[in-house]
Design a protein. Structure first.
Length: 368
C-alpha cells in the first residue's frame, strides 16, 4: 500500500488505529505512519512485565531485527524509562526527559550502547496505553530530535491518540461483537467505560457490566422497553442512527460530549464495525457505543491551589481541568457552551498565567 512520507496528522493516525482494530489495515500501517511524525522516527508497540527482565515488542517500524533482539534480551532490563513510567498517568503523552533527566540518561548504558549507538536516536516520545499491577503496554517513537518544543507537541499528539489505542485494543479482545456471554470485567469495565453494541434499528446486541450499571443509575442514554438504545442528546442519537443505517453515508468514528440533566459530562464514542458485505446483508451493521465520564484528574485541593497561586478564573480552571482529563479544545467548547475561539483564548490565558507553552507542560504542572 502506497502512503505519502509527509508527516501523518492526528486524524489520519486515529483512522488507522480503528482500521487496524477492525481489519481495514494493519498495525504496521499505523506504525509506519507514526514514524513520519518525528525526525528519524522509529516506532514500536511494546509490552513489559515489570516482574521480568525481558520485553515483548510485537510491532515495530524503523528498527532492525537485531535492534529489537538486543532490546528484548538485554536493554529492556536496563531501560531507565520503563520502571519510572508507572509514576505517570496512563494515556499521558511523555517525552523521555519527563521521566528521566537528560543528564542521567546520557550516563546510562541504555543510551550509550543501544539508543544512540544502535538507533542514532536521542530520546523517545510515547504513552502508556494499558497498565495493570505489573504489566504495561506502551506506544513510543524514538527520534533524533532534541527540539524541546517539537518534542512536547509530539507528546501532546500521543495524549490524544492514547485513548483511541486503548479502545482499539479492547475491541480486539472482544472481536466477536455478536456474543452476549459474560466474559468477566474487561479493561473498559475496569476503567469505568460502558460498552454497548447495537445493530439494525439500534437494537442492543450486548453490553458490558459498566454500561448496565450506567443504565440503572443515570447516564446519557436509555434502554427502551423493546431493547433499543436511545441517546438523550438529539445530535448524538442522530449520529448513531446514521452509523447504524444499513447503507451508511459515513462510517468515520464519531466522538461527542454529552451533558446530562444532572450536569455530568460524558464522552460518547461511536464506531461502526467493519464487516464483509455478506455479514452486513445477513445481520446488518454493528456499532460500538463507548460511554465514559469526562472527569478531571485534578482534585479539589489542587484546583484551589491553581486559583490562589496562579489567579486562574473559574472559566480558566474549567479549561485546565479539561486538559488534565484529555479533552480536545472542541470538546471543551461543547462542554462549556462557548465558541472554539473563546476556548482557545482561555487556554492561552492559562498558559500565560502558569508560564507554560503547551498542553503537555500544563499537564505536568497540574499533576505535581
Amino acid at each position: 500500500m502506497y502512503r505519502s512520507m509527509k508527516a501523518a496528522d492526528t486524524a489520519e493516525l486515529t483512522e488507522l488505529i480503528y482500521g487496524a482494530a477492525f481489519g481495514d489495515c494493519s498495525w504496521q500501517d499505523f506504525l509506519d505512519r507514526l514514524t513520519t511524525t518525528m525526525p528519524d522516527g522509529r516506532s514500536a508497540l511494546h509490552y513489559h512485565d515489570l516482574a521480568s527482565p525481558k520485553a515483548h515488542v510485537p510491532f515495530v517500524s524503523g528498527f532492525t531485527a537485531d535492534d529489537i533482539e538486543q532490546f528484548n534480551n538485554h536493554f529492556a532490563a536496563v531501560n531507565p524509562w520503563i520502571p519510572k513510567s508507572v509514576l505517570f498517568p496512563v494515556g499521558r503523552g511523555l517525552v523521555g526527559e519527563h521521566i528521566v533527566s537528560r543528564t542521567d540518561l546520557l550516563k546510562s548504558e541504555f543510551y550509550n550502547d543501544w539508543l544512540k549507538r544502535r538507533t542514532g536516536c536521542e530520546t523517545s516520545i510515547g504513552a502508556t496505553v494499558v497498565r495493570s499491577a505489573t504489566r504495561t503496554l506502551i506506544v513510543s517513537t524514538c527520534t533524533s530530535s532534541t527540539d524541546d518544543d517539537a518534542n512536547l507537541r509530539a507528546a501532546d499528539q500521543y495524549t490524544i491518540l492514547a485513548p483511541h489505542l486503548r479502545r482499539a485494543f479492547d475491541f480486539l479482545r472482544r472481536r466477536d461483537l455478536m456474543t452476549a456471554e459474560n466474559e468477566g470485567e474487561t479493561l473498559l469495565d475496569t476503567i469505568g467505560v460502558g460498552v454497548i453494541y447495537v445493530g439494525d434499528n439500534l437494537r442492543i446486541r450486548s453490553l458490558n457490566e459498566r454500561a448496565g450499571r450506567m443504565a440503572a443509575s443515570g447516564s446519557p442514554f436509555r434502554i427502551t422497553v423493546n431493547g433499543r438504545l436511545f441517546m438523550d442528546a438529539p445530535e448524538t442519537n442522530a449520529a448513531l442512527e446514521l452509523l447504524a443505517a444499513p447503507i451508511a453515508r459515513s462510517t468515520q468514528p464519531q466522538v461527542r460530549l454529552v451533558r446530562t440533566a444532572e450536569g455530568e459530562i460524558y464522552r460518547v464514542t461511536l464506531v461502526r464495525r467493519s464487516s464483509s458485505i455478506f455479514t452486513e446483508l445477513l445481520d446488518g451493521p454493528t456499532v460500538a457505543v463507548l460511554v465514559e465520564p469526562a472527569t478531571s484528574l485534578i482534585g479539589d485541593e489542587r484546583l484551589d491551589h491553581l486559583k490562589d497561586n496562579y489567579g486562574l478564573t473559574p472559566a480558566e480552571i474549567r479549561i485546565a481541568s479539561g486538559v488534565a482529563a484529555g479533552l480536545t479544545l472542541k470538546e471543551m467548547s461543547q462542554a462549556n457552551g462557548v465558541s472554539y475561539e473563546t476556548t482557545r483564548t482561555q487556554l492561552k490565558s492559562v498558559y500565560a498565567k502558569t508560564k507554560v507553552n503547551s498542553q503537555a507542560a500544563l499537564v505536568k504542572l497540574l499533576m505535581r
